[in-house]
Design a protein around this ligand. Sequence first.
Ligand code: FER
Length: 246
Amino acid sequence: MFIEDDVIRLHVELELPEQTTGAVPLLILIHGFTGNMEEAHLLAVRDGVRQLGFAVLRAEMYGHGQSGGSFTQHNLYKWLNNALTVIDYARSLEGISDLYLCGHSQGGLLVMLAAAMKADVIKGLVLLSPAAMIPENAREGTLLGIPFDPYHVPEQLAISEEETLSGNYIRVAQTIYPEQIAPGYQGPVLIVHGEADETVPVQVSKDCSSLYEQSKLVLIPGDTHCFDVHADQMVTAVTDWLRKQR
Ligand code: FER
């Protein structure tokens, strides 16, 4: 199914819990940088959360998966507008009680910002390996370990053999101060991070945790950025926490 954010088609998938009796809570689930809604760790979260009795709305942001736009032209402002559109769509659905947000990596940074902007409608926030250091790195002149001049941002940055990223991605990221925005969300927050993550250091989640009034941080020894080793432990952390919020 597709919903529209202005003229950009956003690919989303809504899945109801296996058993439904009356209104159900809904978790919005968002992938990271170069990710999509079919990644194994996201499907694992979906399955666990549906078994708990939640509906799950997986959504793909600008330039990712089957949504509109190109990877090269994506940036966090476009993603933020997409996220607001997805939240509003979720709110328009019938039979939904509480709304929860969950994002992985760049999607985690995204939902930190979106939750602060929609604090009054988000019952709880789940951050999986949140890449909250992207803005600071952009100001310092590094992206995915690739150095650049932060005061003369390149037109394009080659991030792999196949993919380039517009310099506007960096210019946008440089303006974002998660530590100022995120505390605007005062509801409960769960953060899950693998201690062997080589993409986003675990310290980032420790710093994120201190931004929130009500946060719980679960570190998973030996696990990676995408929870390749202990997805079961990550899902258990999420479902145990969500069960307590209801
Ligand atoms: C970076 C580190 C991590 C970065 C992006 C990420 C764009 C995001 C990773 C992900 O979403 O999985 O330097 O720069």
